[in-house]
Design a protein around this ligand. Structure first.
Ligand SMILES: C[S@@+](CC[C@H](N)C(=O)[O-])C[C@H]1O[C@@H](n2cnc3c(N)ncnc32)[C@H](O)[C@@H]1O
Length: 410
């Protein structure tokens, strides 16, 4: 007998009315969608017995392990995309794996609606499993499990050892304990080319999750039209820590024909890997570390997407100070990251903060962004929230004597 049928009925009504609102929306409405997800999650919690909820949470790690294993096996590449079922024996022989083992892993997956199980030992795609057909989504899942989760798993032990006095640092934290290494997170990736390649491939996931535009909430086109560069060869945007250039591709797609160069900057070995994978002709490259002098002077925009959350306030300040030294009075620092709400932070944002904590980083609230930016002697000009709200916020910072145009956040 569920514990609170009144709550179940109430939540079902809320879900019904939110679903109707969503159905009437001409375009996707992120706020209604988010409210619907919260209500549906609460409904599942209300429907389970309390102990069942505890067990449900405790078994989540096994769920992730099953998905990571079938990615490594290559199951997604063999699952018929036309929606027809495939048997475990066919799948096992194509993959050259033990059928009994495969059945156990797929049982874990179908139990969580990743594939359906229409008849004994037969499997078909579901909308959830189809999301894994995108290689970047599989790479993201794999790199989270293989690298970030090593630190996350060790987090409680690390925090206990430190008497819950500190979250650790980039050089010494839960990641070093969990990965059994003295290397920092980025050196650990750099030590084995396949690690760095998997990470970079994973970072190409969800590049379209922006806010209206793939390139995010900031109006790059307007900014560069208001304060254009003088020559075609001047740098309009340098994407610092840009990985394989995914953000620049989105910016270029959303704002074609902008005057000035778009330059991908990352650690030299990451840039080399990106070049080997193939970059568009229009994209310039620059190898270097943001902990050293910024070699590109006077760019209009120094863009940092999903960078600052990797670093604590001290390291973040160093990155900003190096950037500041290269800026002129028309330059802007554009930071695409989360801005944690002060109350009721959504699940994705709150848990991502712990992912970052495990290797010395942090997600920030608006006031923490302001503190960070001011600590480097810059001015926080605006914070932009797109349709996805705080999850895809953009922080705009400039020099105190900024002479460029004001842009109004929508
Ligand atoms: C979380 S990824 C974000 C990639 C990309 N900006 C995106 O949003 O998809 C962090 C990036 O920072 C780069 N990085 C790490 N340390 C760096 C450093 N010291 N200097 C420059 N880039 C660095 C990594 O190589 C990686 O590409």
């Amino acid at each position: 007998m569920p514990t609170d049928t009144g709550a179940i009925l109430e939540l079902s009504k809320t879900i019904g009315s939110l679903a109707q609102t969503l159905d009437k929306c001409a375009v996707s409405n992120k706020q209604v969608q988010a409210a619907l997800i919260v209500a549906a999650e609460k409904l599942a919690i209300a429907t389970r017995e309390p102990e069942e909820n505890v067990y449900h949470i405790a078994t989540q790690i096994a769920h992730n392990a099953a998905i990571r294993s079938i990615i490594a096996m290559g199951v997604f590449e063999q699952m018929p995309e036309d929606g027809s079922p495939i048997s475990s024996s066919t799948l096992a022989s194509r993959l050259n794996v033990n059928e009994e083992l495969l059945i156990r892993l797929l049982r874990a997956c179908t139990s969580t609606h990743l594939f359906a199980n229409p008849s004994p030992n037969h499997y078909v795609h579901t909308p959830l499993s189809r999301a894994y057909l995108t290689p970047a989504n599989r790479a993201m899942t794999a790199q989270m499990y293989d690298f970030t989760c090593k630190g996350v798993f060790a987090l409680p032990e690390f925090l206990l050892l430190n008497k819950f006095d500190s979250a650790g640092t980039y050089e010494s934290g839960a990641f070093q304990m969990g990965a059994n290494t003295d290397l920092t997170f980025w050196d650990y990736l750099a030590a084995v080319p396949e690690r760095m390649q998997l990470f970079s491939a994973g970072m190409r996931a969800a590049t379209t999750i922006g806010s209206g535009r793939a390139s995010g909430a900031f109006p790059f086109g307007e900014a560069l039209a208001e304060d254009p560069v003088a020559n075609e060869d001047d740098v309009a945007v340098v994407d610092v820590g840009g990985g394989r250039g995914q953000a620049l591709e989105a910016i270029q797609r959303d704002w074609p024909g902008m005057k000035g160069k778009l330059v991908l900057q990352d650690l030299p070995h990451v840039v080399k890997d990106a070049e080997k994978k193939g970059l568009p002709e229009w994209m310039g490259t620059s190898g270097g570390s943001f902990f050293e002098e910024q070699k590109i002077k006077g760019a209009r925009i120094y863009h940092f997407r999903r960078i600052f959350h990797d670093w604590d306030q001290i390291k973040g300040r160093q990155i900003l100070e190096n950037t500041k030294a290269a800026m002129n009075d028309l330059s802007r620092v554009i930071i695409a990251d989360m801005a944690l709400p002060d109350v009721n932070a959504p699940r994705d944002m709150a848990l991502q903060d712990l992912n970052m904590m495990s290797f010395g980083g942090m997600e920030r609230s608006v006031s923490q962004w302001k503190d960070l930016i001011e600590s480097a002697g810059l001015v926080m000009k605006n914070i932009w929230f797109g349709k996805d709200g705080a999850k895809h916020a953009v922080v705009e910072a400039v020099l105190p004597g900024f002479k460029g145009h004001d842009l109004t956040p929508y």
